[in-house]
Design a binder for this molecule. Structure first.
Ligand code: GAL
Length: 856
């Protein structure tokens, strides 16, 4: 098969007019009345560029047009030619040379359009797409309210598939943990001779592990159009034309690969499977010079078995804890339209920075670039059909069933996907609809469980896994409901699919106590849910996202992320990172406090919590050792519970002031409670201890104040520096100093400085942060970043960006030219940061995407 990228050279009309459906090749992009206003664009493309927040949802909606000419060589005559729009938000109607081809009514699955009958080989052809992104569409997720922006645009890749008259359809490959390999692949076209199917399995280095051949039996028994369609990435829409003419059937192949390295989260081994359709009269296994390759397809496969029941998830028989986050697919300025590198970066952040083992692609299937990276990293994925609470009428429902079909067919080759979400997120029970979606998913993929996300208990359970959005935690109660209170069948799998989110919106610039509460709520729910036997728990959400008028904080943003919109961490990010092994995320050591008490009422700093994946934390005041602190015993479900430091004095009064242990204990307690509650709000028992200390002349108020200044730092005292050390196996593995900031340091952290002009534009994500000389985030620094870009690239978004909570971000995109570019980032009072980018030229016919930098 030839796959030709079609990302470049589109012409965009902000408003569709019917004349655009029937333009001549010469008029596209020319100075003619209907086309003079068209803008040259490349995919991924967002219909309307937007600010980072504070814009109405109508700004992202409309009916736009995309036009493109396509030079078709003569030798395509007889071939099947299909246009694939991988993401067309939300309702695409396609014409080719003025002939209506068909439509696709889902913004989150690929639309496939058979252009064959309309094409003129040897000529320039015109493809026109009318794209409707209005919320008035009668299709998921529209009809009710939706808590996220439904950005319009051709926002994923587009390509042309040129298939020979006789060809292989989209294969369905099943590769399990016992090394069994089963392939069903449609054979489409008119069969005139003996055909064979050869499967060649190669490892990552290209070494052949197995080669297996079967005769393709196309007899009456195999002529089953339903099954053929089921195996194919087809238009699913009669208007788009039937995929195949003449005879077609399914070729089936099954073999066992001895000792094949399996795919697992810890060792995500991927293989390449080539399927070759061979014509020739020779019998199977006798490779001869007469054989002729008719068609070949290649898929990436991972061998693994997924089981998910009341005991939890097992991959290849190994119990696997699901701990992760929900992800939307939006960015500042770009809407959902971000090319491969940005998609891959999100998977790297989830895995390598947040230590997640699972992500839910709420509330729709997401970019294959993102899921490809999950496949490579071993990050497990739960994906689901589009929708948000609302279920529409009969047409709407049949689209939801079609979406299920498309989702399973188009995403089932990804080994990282462990379950299909076949209910509209948080919708009511609907026996008929969910019987249908479950049946479709089970039929098209018997190897994976189905699930479906509810926001109520004891719902009708047709899925293999009950998924529940558990928002019961208030900060003061248990973290999660017990599974038996929620699911009607505890023998089946159980999952907390969301928590926290709107229960505790948190901004990077909220005060320290709020940010700590946010982090601890994520810890509490994760711990309790897992401890009570949930098979997994996923927080809401990975990052802050733009939303619609019915949600958000007045700025159309749900501040629900453990990251901000630019993917900078809030404190709660450390809750996740600290659960993972240092081999995955490095040594995590994040104290909750800057140790400045000015962020707290009455200067009462309260307990300091340290998020770490080390064995213990040692604390020093300056160079004086305070004590060692172990992970809290209060989080039984966590691999690495937070370390709660509620004694910043430790042994110092005995060691350095010569007090007796008893007197030291009493004075320490008073001092710590003053730090926690303030002098005027001491608990009665502490008040009594203080009174006794003074009456017995063991302490004067002046002495107490001096101790407080020296050991805790106070209003009117001199601030003291603190050092936290993470200790594992007796060794210090990380160290963090918190002291009054002397210097502002600007950080500009790019995901890459090598961009690639390939089949489309490329994007570098640059996270901007203000820290002090010790790396402590400067949450309240009133600054903006001034961005100056020169050279062969362009800035995305404004050239001045405010730091919010000490964080900001920007993006640099390629413009079609290879070369180089320089970004200078400036902010008052800190040294400039200068980043040099190179833009490599990979503009061939083949997909060329450079490996992004690792984010360990
Ligand atoms: C859930 C919903 C999510 C998001 C979240 C906020 O009800 O499924 O999409 O709105 O609440 O906490």
């Amino acid at each position: 098969m030839t796959r030709i990228s079609l990302n470049n050279e589109w012409w965009f009309a902000d408003e569709w007019t019917d004349a655009l459906a029937d333009m001549h090749p010469g008029s596209v992009g020319a100075a003619e009345p209907e086309t003079a206003h068209l803008q040259a664009v490349r995919l991924p493309h967002t219909m309307r560029a937007t600010p980072a927040g504070s814009f109405p949802e109508q700004d992202t909606q409309g009916v736009a047009g995309y036009l493109r000419t396509l030079r078709v060589p003569r030798d395509w005559d007889g071939a099947t030619v299909r246009l694939v729009l991988d993401g067309a938000a939300h309702h695409a109607t396609v014409w080719c040379n003025g002939q209506a081809i068909g439509d696709h009514a889902c913004g989150y699955t690929a639309g496939v359009f058979d252009l064959t009958s309309a094409l003129r080989p040897g000529d320039d052809n015109v493809i026109a797409v009318r794209l409707d992104s209005r919320a008035s569409l009668d299709q998921p997720p529209f009809g009710g309210v939706v808590d996220y922006m439904t950005f319009g645009g051709l926002y994923r890749d587009a390509w042309i598939e040129v298939l020979p008259a006789l060809h292989l359809g989209e294969p369905h490959v099943r590769a399990d943990g016992a090394g069994r390999l089963e392939v069903d692949v449609p054979v489409v076209g008119t069969v005139r001779e003996q055909l064979r199917l050869r499967a060649t399995l190669r490892d990552a280095r290209g070494a052949v592990l197995v080669e297996h051949e079967v005769d393709v039996m196309i007899g009456p028994g195999d002529l089953d159009p339903g099954r053929t369609g089921a195996g194919d990435l087809d238009p699913g829409n009669p208007a788009a034309g039937s995929l195949s003419t003449g005879d077609h059937g399914i070729a089936r192949l099954s073999t066992t690969v001895a000792n094949v390295p399996l795919w697992s989260p810890a060792s995500p081994t991927l293989h390449e499977l080539s399927l070759t359709l061979i014509a020739g009269d020779e019998p199977v296994h006798e490779r001869t010079a007469h054989e002729r390759t008719v068609h070949e397809r290649t898929v990436r496969v991972g061998f693994r078995t997924v089981e998910f029941d009341g005991r939890g998830l097992r991959i290849n028989g190994e119990p696997t804890v699901l701990r992760g986050l929900n992800r939307h697919q939006s960015w500042p300025y770009l809407g959902d339209a971000v090319p491969a590198r940005g998609q891959r970066l999100d998977a790297e952040i989830l895995h390598g920075e947040l230590g997640c083992t699972v992500v839910r692609t709420s509330h729709y299937p997401q970019s294959h670039h993102f899921i490809d990276r999950c496949d490579e990293l071993g990050l497990l994925v739960i994906t689901e059909i589009p929708g948000w609470q609302h279920i529409g009428g009969a047409d709407w429902k049949s689209r939801a069933v079609q979406n299920t079909r498309d989702m399973v067919r188009q995403w089932r080759h990804h080994p990282s996907i462990i379950a299909w979400g076949v209910r509209i997120n948080e919708s009511a029970d609907d026996a008929e609809l969910y019987a249908a979606t479950n049946a479709v998913a089970h039929e098209l993929d018997p190897t994976r469980p189905t699930t479906g996300v509810r926001n109520f208990a004891k719902s009708e359970l047709r899925e293999d896994v009950y998924a529940f959005n558990d928002f019961s935690h208030t900060g003061a109660n248990g973290g999660a409901l017990r599974p038996a209170r929620v699911t009607p069948d505890t023998t089946r799998g159980y999952l907390v699919s969301e928590h926290t989110g709107h229960m505790f919106p948190t901004k990077s610039h909220d005060d320290e106590a709020h940010r700590l509460d946010h982090a601890l709520r994520h810890a509490r729910v994760t711990s309790d849910a897992l401890h009570q036997g949930a098979g997994g728990v996923l927080g809401w959400s990975m990052f802050d996202y733009q939303t619609q008028r019915d949600f958000g904080s007045g700025d159309r943003i749900c501040h629900h992320g453990v990251l901000d919109m630019f993917r900078n961490p809030k404190l709660a990010a450390a809750t996740y990172a600290s659960q993972a092994d240092p081999a995955v995320v490095g040594h995590v050591l994040v104290p909750s406090s800057t140790m400045e008490f000015g962020d707290h009422a009455g200067s009462a700093r309260g307990s300091v919590v340290v998020f770490t994946n080390a064995d213990e934390v040692r604390l020093y005041r300056g160079d004086a050792y305070v004590g060692a602190f172990a992970p809290s015993a209060d989080y039984a479900g966590l691999a690495h519970p937070p370390v709660v430091i509620d004694d910043l004095i430790g042994e110092q009064l005995v060691r350095d002031e010569g007090l007796s242990p008893r007197r030291s204990r009493a004075i320490t307690r008073v001092l710590l409670d003053v730090a926690r509650f303030g002098l005027t709000a001491l608990p009665p028992s502490t008040k009594a201890t203080l009174a006794w200390l003074i009456a017995s002349r063991q302490l004067t108020m002046a002495q107490g104040a001096a101790y407080f200044d020296r050991y805790l730092g106070s209003w009117g005292g001199r601030a003291v520096p603190w050092r936290f050390e993470a200790v594992t196996d007796g060794q210090t593995v990380a160290s963090v100093t918190r002291a009054p900031a002397q210097r502002l340091v600007l950080q500009a952290l790019p995901d890459t400085t090598t961009l690639v002009e390939g089949d489309t534009w490329d994007l570098a994500s640059i996270r901007l942060r203000l820290v002090d000389e010790h790396g402590t985030p400067q949450h309240y620094a009133r600054r903006s970043a001034v961005l100056e870009l020169t050279g062969d690239a362009a800035l995305v978004g404004p050239a001045h960006v405010p730091f919010v909570g000490g964080s900001a971000g920007t993006y640099v995109r390629t413009t079609g030219r290879p070369g180089s570019a320089t970004l200078r980032v400036r902010t008052d009072g800190a040294d400039d940061v200068v980043l040099h980018f190179t833009i490599d030229d990979h503009r061939s016919g083949t997909v060329a995407v450079a490996e992004p930098k690792e984010h360990a």
